[in-house]
Design a protein around this ligand. Structure first.
Ligand code: PHE
Length: 448
């Protein structure tokens, strides 16, 4: 029999676990930091409500209606659209390949935090430390491998006994930890600057780049466009309410992203560091922040545990996409399937992990133009695949499956869908039009 969630709460925590990840803790604060702070946050909210939430409902509905992994879900409704499911399965390999590289860095930093290695407040020294890691192939492979092993061990136990069980422990723990760090941040003298930066609104900061980044962040953060939600939705029972799930999961995700902003940016300001540190914010600026803070050791350990939990509950959802595909469509067994897929993904991930070291030795890995493999995977999945997958999902549910059928599925659990008129218009016209435009623009930028 096909595995399924053992409780609604378990499903919500697992799906929120997929959504809450490096996207919230690593990307959101630095994207906000480099994209004009509140301007980014405001756009994020608009896209969340008009695009993210409607698409999440569409994905969960498609999964539950077909009870199939992402490939089978599209295929069983219309054969011609199987390619959308295939894109998701293939994409998940590349997504996890680079995600696990960052997961490896997180594990390394967790170890460093435990060993009390962040003793300098000088970002230059910490920057050097980060680039040392990026230039130690053995260490990179080892930590990435360790992260993949942990991901595999959970996924091979299946939905209720693996993914759900772990999420039920890790998600509440994550919540408690982030609240502790945010309170610590907000009680630092001078921290209010960081809060203002996140919430004080300035229209003049909005431009096309900020719009694109905010939309990309909605897709990435909600795990939309690659089949995770279709897959997770397929393990739901007919009497589970999809409407409340589509509100609760994004709310948890956004709440944690904002908390992550509050757990990082106020301290960055309080100690006089720059909020525009980009991807290095977590690995360079924050260790300096912790070293400046009273009881910094304790907070750095809590922080990197938090990031690690968040990354792991997301990586398992990525691995589940191809695993469920092979089990459903090729009748393979979960244990060997999970192991073999994890090995293949690890092999794809190693070049990504090695490709960002700034020294010449690894430059040869940077095959495609001036961008390295890590960025190719990252940009291909985040900027191309997720928006394209989201676009095709809206076309599919809006016009191929049809909103009437989708609404019938949503209401089959006994709820009345009051906003069905608005949702239908969003899914049929507004979402595809808007996402389509942004998608074309990102193709265009990529080809430049
Ligand atoms: N939402 C996850 C995060 O924020 C990333 C993710 C994307 C997970 C797509 C699954 C699918 O880190």
């Amino acid at each position: 029999m096909r595995d399924k969630w053992s409780s609604k709460l378990g499903f919500i925590l697992a799906a929120a676990g997929s959504a809450v990840g490096l996207g919230n803790l690593w990307k959101f604060p630095y994207e906000a930091g480099s994209n004009g702070g509140s301007a980014f946050v405001l756009l994020y909210f608009i896209f969340l409500i008009l695009i993210g939430i409607p698409l999440m409902l569409a994905a969960l509905t498609l999964g539950r209606k077909t009870k199939k992994s992402v490939f089978g879900a599209y295929q069983s409704v219309d054969q011609r659209f199987s390619f959308v499911g295939a894109l998701g399965v293939i994409g998940s390999f590349f997504l996890l390949a680079f995600y696990s590289a960052v997961g490896g860095w997180v594990l390394y930093y967790l170890k460093e935090a435990l060993l009390n290695a962040f003793t300098t407040t000088n970002p230059d020294v910490l920057g050097l430390k980060f680039s040392e890691l990026l230039n130690s192939p053995l260490e990179l492979i080892m930590y990435q491998g360790f992260f993949m092993v942990l991901t595999t061990v959970i996924v091979l136990r299946g939905i209720s006994a693996g993914i759900e069980k772990v999420s039920k422990i890790m998600m509440p723990a994550l919540f408690i930890m982030i609240v502790i760090i945010a309170i610590r941040n907000l009680t630092l003298p001078g921290s209010f600057e960081g809060v203002k930066f996140l919430f004080a609104f300035d229209v003049s900061k909005i431009n096309l780049d900020v719009i694109m980044n905010a939309l990309g962040q909605v897709f990435f953060s909600l795990s939309i466009g690659i089949g995770t939600l279709v897959t997770y939705g397929s393990y739901l029972d007919k009497d589970d309410d999809l409407l409340s799930s589509s509100i609760i999961i994004p709310s948890i995700d956004t709440g944690i992203a904002l908390l992550a902003g509050l757990a990082t940016l106020p301290a960055v300001f309080a100690f006089g560091f720059e909020p525009t540190g980009g991807p290095g914010l977590m690995f360079i600026t924050l260790p300096a922040v912790f070293a400046s803070m009273p009881f910094g050791y304790l907070f750095s350990v809590i922080f990197f545990f938090l990031v690690f939990f968040a990354a792991l509950t997301s990586s398992i959802s990525m691995l589940e996409i191809p695993v469920s595909y092979f089990i459903d469509e090729k009748n393979t067994r979960r244990l060997p399937t999970t192991i073999v897929l994890a090995i293949v993904i690890m092999l794809l991930g190693i070049p990504a992990a090695l490709s960002i070291g700034p020294t010449e030795a690894w430059k040869s890995f940077a095959v495609i133009g001036s961008i390295n493999i890590f960025d190719v995977y990252d940009q291909f999945t985040s900027n191309v695949l997720l928006p394209t997958g989201g676009f095709l999902l809206s076309i599919f549910v809006g016009h191929v499956l049809g909103t009437d059928q989708a609404i019938e599925e949503i209401e089959s659990s006994g709820v009345t869908f009051r906003l069905k008129g608005i949702w239908s218009i969003l899914i049929q016209y507004i979402v595809p039009a808007f996402v389509g435009l942004i998608m074309l623009n990102s193709y265009y930028e990529l080809l430049l």
